[in-house]
Design a protein around this ligand. Structure first.
Ligand code: ADP
Ligand code: MG
Ligand code: MG
Length: 250
């Protein structure tokens, strides 16, 4: 489904990703862990097609298509979704309106008609309930004054509506208390599907108690330096990242 080969990326002249290889198959959950500054967010941005990143070597293939030829919107239309580490605030746009615009933009990009408003309302209410997103929250401007937990729940709600085939979650656990973490994780787990893959990026192991990965990779200084099963996350929890940070970075 997703094949990353020897991926190198520069940001403002700095070599941030330095040869990443990763293969993700449908139905799999891959966790990417690593110390701060190792390139986790950069990898998620590069996958989603955010501008400002120069790919100097390597390839990203998704469902047989070269993603490096496509912009962020086209990648989203192809089924990729990135949940940001820091969700952006959009003053003046109600969350509900934002969600409707996002869903219809995806449908148009796929040559489908807009979802009629009554059907959209029914769908959004059903999914919002699962994620403990209140009607009041749907009326508020997107992310403006939302707590950390509310922002993440709004983001997962967007993901649930768009039904992407590849979900990339960048530090979805950051800033969440235990209850919010449980709600968000349950929402994500509901989206687990044999046809859908997920890349879960996290600094801490605790999220992986809730969203149990099939594979765990450690990213250090822009490279995957170790891969294993879910037990690797527990090992990291115990030993920290000390083994993976070299003198130059320390
Ligand atoms: P992580 O998500 O693992 O904490 P990031 O991907 O955010 O790491 O950052 C990796 C490295 O890239 C860091 O050293 C960071 O300072 C650098 N970096 C990220 N974005 C930029 C940018 N826009 N300009 C310059 N350096 C950047
Ligand atoms: Mg960071
Ligand atoms: Mg990050």
């Amino acid at each position: 489904m997703l094949e990353i080969k020897n991926l190198h990326a520069h940001v403002e002249g700095n070599d941030i990703l330095r040869g990443i290889d990763l293969t993700v198959k449908p139905g799999e959950i891959h966790a990417i862990m690593g110390p701060n500054g190792s390139g986790k967010s950069t990898l998620s941005y590069v996958l989603a097609g955010k501008e400002d990143y120069e790919i100097t070597e390597g390839s990203i293939t998704y469902n047989g298509k070269d993603m490096l030829d496509l912009g962020a919107d086209e990648r989203a239309a192809a089924g990729m979704f990135l949940a940001f580490q820091y969700p952006i605030e959009i003053p003046g746009v109600a969350t509900m309106t934002f969600l409707k615009t996002a869903l219809n933009a995806q449908r148009r990009a796929r040559g489908q008609e807009d979802l009629p408003t009554p059907e959209f309302m029914k769908l959004v209410k059903e999914k919002a309930k699962d994620l403990n997103v209140s009607p009041e929250m749907l009326r508020r401007p997107l992310n403006v004054g939302f707590s950390g937990g509310e922002k993440k729940r709004a983001e997962i709600l967007q993901m649930a509506l768009l039904e992407p085939s590849l979900c990339i979650l960048d530090e979805t656990d950051s800033g969440l208390d235990i209850d919010a973490l449980r709600i968000v994780s349950e929402g994500v787990n509901k989206l687990r599907d044999p046809n859908r893959a997920m890349i879960v990026i996290t600094h801490y192991q605790r999220l992986l108690n809730h969203i149990v990965p099939d594979h765990v990779h450690v990213l250090s200084r822009g490279k995957i330096v170790k891969s294993g099963g879910k037990e690797l996350a527990l090992e990291l929890e115990e030993n920290g990242y000390a083994d993976f940070i070299d003198e130059e970075a320390a």
